[in-house]
Write a protein that binds this ligand. Sequence first.
Ligand code: PHE
Length: 488
Amino acid sequence: MNLSRNEASILEALSETRETTIESLIEEIDIARGPAEQAARELAGKELVELSEDSRNIYELTDEGEKYIEDGLPERRAFEYIMGKNGVSIDELREEIEEFDIAIGHMKRKNWIDIDNGYIEAGEAPRSNEEEALDKIDRGMDLGDDEAGSLIDRNLADSKKIREITLRITEKGSEVVAEGLEIDSATSRLTHEMLAEGSWKEYEFSHYNVEAESEEIHGGKVHILRQLADRVKKVFISMGFEEMEGPHVDSEFYINDCLFMPQDHPARTHWDKFLVEEPSHIDSLPEDLVENIRDTHLEGVDEGEGYHSEWSEDVARLLNLRGHTTSLSMRYISGGVEPPAKYFSVDKVYRNDTLDPTHLLEFFQIEGWVMAKDLSVRDLMGTFDEFYSRFGITDLEFKPHYNPYTEPSFEIFGDHPETGEMIEIGNSGMFRREVLDPLGVDRDVEVIAWGLALERLLMLIYGFEDIRDVHGTLCDLKLLREVPELWR
Ligand code: PHE
């Protein structure tokens, strides 16, 4: 079998060692990493070697780590100073040891000392994990991830991922070597001179193996959740909607009170919301609107009843991380819009939920509303049919629901393509007069409205079962890299 010079050198070297990493080959046969990898992949394509790829961490000391290799860890130096003395005062040790805070912290954590009345007594100080690890690095030995952990935590070492390729000669490879290697004289390079002089006719050119495996290169990529958010915006705009924008931190007034949520409603207790400490209250609220909302909470509208509990402007002025973007709808509607009008937003909301496969503490809500004459529940359902069909979702189900601010109200469900379960993807309804009257909306128009979960839509489209795979600290990077982009 004809092999290139590089392929032949690698195979020959391997016929002695049987198995080796590409790094040691590079040293042994004096070849650069790129061509070595290319030749290795060619050999694998010809089934003369097998490749396995792996990545592992190597650890390098930070400047602080280097310093402690020289001087010893601060807690060890401090301990040695205390040892043999009959109690050393904290002030004396502070004078003596430059990194006093670090030293005392670690001596305490490791239980090396007792402190009594400002005096430190030495106990036992066995060699620590950090000392073992530093010593190993110093002697040029490799560290396991566990061993390195204690150094990384203290910022004494950094980790670096390296990719390692191991080559193993196959039986066929050994046979080829035994038969004697023939080096292919073909060239892979066509030069300007060859063309100008016509000498290319005398050359034999090597063939490219276009099926050989190659290194994967991952470029940057827009996260699929962001892609979907952009797509949702485009869909609403194509349906004639305008986009709303507004504050993530907002007053309870817009988040709850405008929505006819009584101030003693269970969802308004501190377990469910993220209150802001500083500043704790919004500066001011529109006076007329506050009066309207107070009246509606106390008296209701028409023959209806209000709540019999108190209504306090101080509570309404409390600042929260918004738990829904319906606060934006309240801001826009109270700002005065001329019907017919259609608005949407796709933005972050924050909830003090328990994390599980379908819940995060923050997520994206797809908010929207339509204000026009003669709207009914059929318009609400029709809007969802239209919106979700743009994402290939056509099997929606509606379940009657309760919100203090809509009547009637519906939860929206969709089929999960993997588990077959119906999952809740949104909440919706028609705003009550108790919401619309105080905002100044005419009696002859209706408002249909909704809040849908962007992450749930993503789950239905892609079949993800655990939202934590897609975003947050535990997300699955491989999945995010490999997932196809549907919208570009
Ligand atoms: N605010 C509701 C939620 O977060 C969604 C909704 C908005 C429902 C508007 C009805 C009307 O679940």
